[in-house]
Ligand binder design. Structure first.
Ligand code: ATP
Length: 239
């Protein structure tokens, strides 16, 4: 099992962020976590990483990340709005080397970064910076990849490149997203979270009128695409 969580709860002082969360993610599965602002999505990723010490069982690749920090060598995490220090004039190639001495040119090619290796990271556009951060996470050859809002401020071309790469990797992938549509066809399962798990399963089982109302507190239109997959429509682009 890649991740196993049982009866997990986490509070920041008096603010309850997560309550009685239980789920299992198999190795190689690609899942997305959705929910409104403040639903506890980032908190859940940090509990999986053992950064936050939650109550309950947390197991990553069969080990407890709260006690066994070595297991994190097998995990890559790209936090929300993450960046690299822009005080240091770091070239892309050097930024990548901070993750892995050995540069995987195949990853660079797939993310169309070959031409950018000599460019300063801080001079790249937001979308290309995100591609570099994902390339960097992948070069560590993780068994588990956690991405928090990888599409924030990223245009459709960069989104597409990122999705294509995620589709092809063998690692287990957990992505926190607000707009799931660019990624939906590449996922095995989707989790709806609002402090508790409202639903976790295949898109067509999870995206129901009732579940969306329960998690977001408002109606969200649902459409079935030509491949028979249900998509939520939040006034965004259908991937
Ligand atoms: P968003 O979609 O806005 O990024 P989220 O689903 O990732 O939200 P979290 O960031 O996990 O939600 O926050 C869950 C709850 O915990 C919120 O009520 C938030 O205000 C609270 N919270 C998060 N971090 C802290 C912190 N460091 N100290 C106190 N409260 C926090």
């Amino acid at each position: 099992m890649a991740v196993e969580v049982e009866n997990l709860s986490y509070s920041y002082g008096k603010t309850v962020a997560l309550e009685d969360i239980s789920f299992k993610i198999h190795e190689g599965e690609k899942i997305a976590i959705l929910g409104p602002n403040g639903a506890g999505k980032t908190t859940l990723l940090k509990c999986i990483l053992g950064i936050l010490k939650a109550r309950g069982k947390v197991s990553v690749l069969g080990r407890d990340p709260r006690r066994d920090r070595e297991v994190l060598k097998l995990v890559s995490y790209v936090p929300q709005k993450s960046s690299l220090s822009t005080d240091i004039p770091l070239r892309v190639i050097d930024a990548l080397r901070t993750a892995s001495e050995e540069i995987d040119f195949e990853i660079l090619r797939k993310l169309e970064l070959e031409e950018k290796t000599r460019v300063l990271f801080r001079e790249l556009s937001g979308g290309f910076q995100q591609r570099v951060l994902i390339a960097r996470a992948l070069m560590r050859k993780p068994k588990l990849l956690l991405l928090d809002e990888p599409f924030n401020g990223v245009d459709v071309v960069s989104q597409k490149k990122i999705v294509e790469v995620l589709e092809k990797i063998d690692a287990t992938v957990i992505v926190v997203v607000h707009n799931i549509n660019p990624l939906l066809h590449s996922l095995h399962r989707v989790m709806l979270l609002n402090k508790r798990i409202v639903a976790f399963g295949k898109a067509n089982e999870v995206f129901t009128k009732e579940n969306m109302l329960k998690v977001y507190g408002t109606e969200i239109p649902l459409v079935v695409c030509e491949n028979g997959i249900t998509h939520p429509l939040y006034g965004d682009q259908h991937g």
